[in-house]
Design a protein around this ligand. Structure first.
Ligand SMILES: [Zn+2]
Ligand SMILES: [Zn+2]
Length: 270
């Protein structure tokens, strides 16, 4: 399996977006997000902390970020200029807040219908919303990281609900799951499937990639889920989970080519 499964341009663009998000987060007042961990029942049921957070949303920042993002996208693909023209004009404060809320709850149908109502290519609204939501999610994760010790099985990231797909091995082989979306992290059992909790060594397998000594894909025959595991112990500088996820996209391709997904699949009983 060759390592480069996506174009250099795609990789560069994604890395630039990760860098933008890092900068954008610095624009935010730490008090702009107020997560509440009081509702234990909701948390135990897997409600993500981001859904229990009050966000003071700043429209001027949002518009500035969208503009910067559009400029970046157009630099990589000048054909997008006509497709992205006029979008800023649609984003009054009410719409912008709605975008953030719907992106928080992964509401694809809202964005699809927004796109069709305004004659925009389908991927665009959700992509812009998701990209500009992340600095808020990352700020929430940073605020609550000290309280994050585990995830509720099947609920994804405890902060943002993104399905688990990336873990790193730390000292003594300790497995820590990292969310590439909000950058929260929590420990996990080495052999446990993050999606269904299966710990049976007969149905947990590891796929390795030729020429890539630091990565493995842990797959589960019970739920067909997978998670990438990267041994970063030899790394001199540890990249952020967002970059680690991007740079290991070849593993997602291998996992998915072999029929695994980063979410749990309900197996049909026969
Ligand atoms: Zn997350
Ligand atoms: Zn599983």
């Amino acid at each position: 399996m060759i390592k480069s499964v996506v174009s250099k341009e795609y990789q560069d663009l994604q890395e630039e977006i990760v860098e933008l998000q890092k900068q954008w987060k610095l624009d935010l007042d730490p008090e702009a997000v107020r997560p509440s961990l009081e509702d234990q029942e909701a948390l135990n049921a897997g409600v993500p902390i981001a859904a229990l957070t009050v966000i003071d949303f700043k429209n001027s920042l949002f518009l500035q970020w969208i503009e910067e993002l559009i400029v970046t996208l157009e630099r990589y693909n000048p054909e997008l200029e006509t497709k992205l023209a006029g979008i800023i004009g649609l984003l009054d404060k009410e719409t912008a807040i709605r975008w953030m809320d719907e992106a928080r709850s992964f509401n694809q149908s809202y964005f699809a219908s927004f796109a069709s109502t305004h004659g925009i290519e389908e991927w665009i609204p959700q992509f812009l919303a998701e990209t500009t939501l992340r600095p808020y999610l990352q700020l929430i994760a940073e605020r609550v990281q000290g309280e994050i010790h585990h995830a509720v099985l099947g609920a994804g990231c405890p902060v943002c609900a993104e399905p688990e797909r990336l873990a790193v091995l730390e000292e003594e082989g300790k497995k820590v799951i990292h969310c590439p979306r909000c950058l929260a992290h929590w420990s996990a059992k080495r052999l446990e499937c993050a999606h269904c909790g299966n710990e049976d060594h007969k149905t947990i397998k590891f796929l390795t990639i030729e020429g890539d000594a630091v990565s493995q894909i842990q797959v589960c025959e019970q739920c067909n889920g997978y998670i990438k595991i990267i041994d970063t112990r030899q790394y001199i500088e540890k990249p952020s989970a967002a970059l680690l996820d991007l740079n290991s996209i070849h593993l997602d391709f291998v996992a998915q080519e072999n029929g695994y997904t980063a979410t749990r699949e309900e197996k049909l009983l026969n």
